[in-house]
Design a protein around this ligand. Structure first.
Ligand SMILES: [Zn+2]
Length: 208
């Protein structure tokens, strides 16, 4: 499995955000597919413990069902982004249906200008329709959701692939829980001990 995004993708899709170029020791953690009771609470606890800020790309329907957890994310100073209302895959979904699902999520979450396409699958014509959003992809994928991944490989892979300015993807979901609850605290501990800080993408949002 390739943890680091192949360099060709940012060249093919330069308008999308893959990494934040910086000379500082900063990592941008992102969590997709929440909020849900359990995994999201775990993530918030760990971030608090390490004084880390992160960005949560939420599914609108999960926000509706777990509004108090969503509020907790915002109150604790993390950034939030749109991940569609129903976790739509851009490829194979008609553009108007896709856009409507993004708008529905936007209405649920209120203000955010950050968007991440579910599965990383989005067509160029859909990117064009979403030009009022900052579309955030990633530099490092943890594969925490994968049945083929074990927790130690997940941790080692994500540590090796992460560099200054990396945007790293974990999932606050039930599917990822087994690997994520193992890898995340150890990842935070490893990079904290090496002098890294963890920041949210809120600045990106402000500059939209
Ligand atoms: Zn997702």
């Amino acid at each position: 499995m390739i943890f680091r995004t192949p360099f060709i993708l940012p060249l093919l899709y330069p308008k999308l955000i893959w990494r934040i170029p910086t000379s500082e020791d900063i990592i941008y953690l992102t969590f997709d597919d929440g909020p849900v009771p359990g995994p999201t609470d775990f993530v918030l606890e760990q971030l608090d413990k390490f004084n880390a800020k992160a960005t949560f790309f939420c599914i609108g329907n999960n926000v509706i069902q777990n509004e108090s957890i969503f509020r907790k994310i915002v109150e604790q100073g993390h950034a939030v982004g749109n991940h569609t209302q129903n976790h739509k895959k851009g490829w194979g979904t008609p553009n108007d249906e896709y856009l409507n699902d993004v708008i529905a999520c936007q209405k649920t979450m209120k203000a955010t200008t950050l968007f991440r396409p579910p599965y990383g699958r989005i067509r160029r014509s859909q990117i064009k329709q979403l030009d009022n959003y900052k579309i955030v992809m990633w530099d490092v994928l943890s594969y925490d959701y994968s049945n083929a991944m074990n927790r130690d490989r997940c941790l080692q892979g994500v540590i090796k692939a992460t560099r200054k300015g990396s945007i790293v993807v974990f999932h606050d979901s039930y599917k990822a829980e087994k690997n994520m609850t193992y890898a995340l605290p150890r990842f935070l501990d490893h990079f904290t001990q090496n002098g890294y800080k963890f920041e949210s993408l809120s600045e990106l949002e402000e500059n939209a």
